[in-house]
Write a protein that binds this ligand. Sequence first.
Ligand code: B1M
Length: 211
Amino acid sequence: MSEILSELSTAVIEGNLDDIVDLTEDALDEDFSAQDILDKGLMPGMDHVGVEFKAGNMFVPEVLRSARAMQSSMELIRPMLVASGVKMVGKVLLGTVKGDLHDIGKNLVGMMCEGAGFDVHDIGKDIEPDAFVAAVKEFEPDVIGMSALLTTTMRSMEHTIKALEEAGLRDKVKIMIGGAPVTQAFSDQIGADGYASNAASAAELAKKFVA
Ligand code: B1M
């Protein structure tokens, strides 16, 4: 791996908010693409954080700092990640489901969908089923994207789909779900329209839905 991408990984692992922006700018100056910065710098760093967190070698405040560092870098590469899109393919409503505070993957899905030309309305994290319903009424999206990172919060996706059914809105939207513990089998089981394993495939899936 190039030195600068490896320094970016380290900056995520160390939660180095002082240096990560400069390092991202340096990598862009060295002509690394936004995608390389994400896939070969930031993501391996965050994967490492996940392993250390699981092993009990890193704790929540440190992981939060790593997350903030990754988000600061992502803000810088955001314009390049979204630059290629043709505007207004359709509308996507995005949220991380109730009980779940993980939003980095969801934010990436938002960027990729913007890049694919969608008008993205991100309602945040820890979103109650009723709040999804209210946002669907207000925003009238073509596609709803739900993210969950915890095995314990995956069920909130099913509850949200039920709430949409009860509100008579289920047939008006396509629903895609994703997040580390989510699978195609789970998507089938809860009656979502599709599952995507990563942000780029989520944007592809959303495009298929509106095609
Ligand atoms: Co949490 N956490 N966390 N955490 N955290 C995980 C998820 C965990 C796997 C760590 C571990 O044990 N190895 C574990 C879950 C275990 C499980 O459920 N099986 C875990 C745990 C246990 C917890 C807490 C319970 C810890 C505690 O308090 N004891 C707690 C829960 C809080 C809550 O949500 N209620 C907690 C808290 C946190 C922080 C707040 C400290 C922080 C989140 C900060 C933030 O997001 N703003 C955090 C973090 C950072 C992680 C890890 C380390 C990294 C997650 C991440 O951002 N990855 C994570 C371990 C890991 O995943 N390696 C972990 C980078 C991101 C780009 O990937 O989100 O997977 P990801 O998104 C991917 C795909 O999943 C997909 O696309 C993206 C890639 O392109 N994708 C979608 C995501 N959403 C999609 C939606 C789509 C389609 C694709 O369609 C709509």
